[in-house]
Write a protein that binds this ligand. Structure first.
Ligand code: SME
Length: 184
């Protein structure tokens, strides 16, 4: 992954290029993604911008992924946040679907076959497996990170470890007072 800064027509243009040609192991890839994420979010407090860039980084940085993004939590449900992929359902009640289960149990969900998960909410019929991690801020689930794959059994322990570090980092940097979290 490389980060370029170009000056064109007097305007500073930032371009992020994700290069997956090198054969990184999964842990190395997640390490790179986290480093990259830290690089682009240092000193940034705007939650919407941070989550939008994270969704893009994961969608374009990870192989075999057809949806990557966030649902934000209020007391009773999840509300769609920044994502990359096909349009998705906007509200998911607490405890429902894979996302609502991660929210209610405050626990990551690794689903090798979404069709075998009772209550799975299908947003893209191409999705075959899914991983959902809670983003916890001061003990409260503020959002869930959701990634879908068109490949069955796509996510393993390495994905869980790598994404847990990313979700953990997000939980640390997101500002609870940010107006972004005032959900209707
Ligand atoms: N499959 C999720 C719904 C969200 S989409 O995958 C984007 C679920 O069961 O909660």
């Amino acid at each position: 992954m490389q980060y370029y800064e170009n000056i064109k027509l007097g305007i500073t243009i930032f371009m992020f290029e994700i290069d997956l040609k090198n054969n990184l192991s999964k842990p190395e890839l997640y390490e790179e993604i986290l480093l990259f994420l830290k690089g682009i979010t240092t000193d940034e407090k705007d939650a919407l911008a941070i989550l939008a860039n994270t969704a893009s980084l994961l969608f374009f940085g990870l192989p075999e992924v057809n949806w990557a993004g966030f649902y934000r939590a209020n007391r009773k449900e999840l509300v769609l946040g920044p994502f990359q992929g096909k349009p998705a359902c906007i509200r998911i009640p607490y405890g429902q679907g894979v996302c609502g289960t991660a929210f209610a149990e405050k626990k990551s969900q690794v689903i090798s076959d979404v069709n075998a998960f009772t209550g799975h909410i299908a947003c893209d019929k191409a999705s075959k497996s899914e991983i959902v991690l809670p983003v916890v801020l001061q003990g409260t689930v503020m959002a869930v990170l959701d990634i879908d794959s068109p490949v069955i059994n796509r996510f393993d322990e390495d994905d869980l470890q790598g994404l847990s570090k990313i979700a953990g980092y997000l939980g640390k940097i997101l500002d609870q007072q940010n107006a972004f979290w005032s959900l209707p």
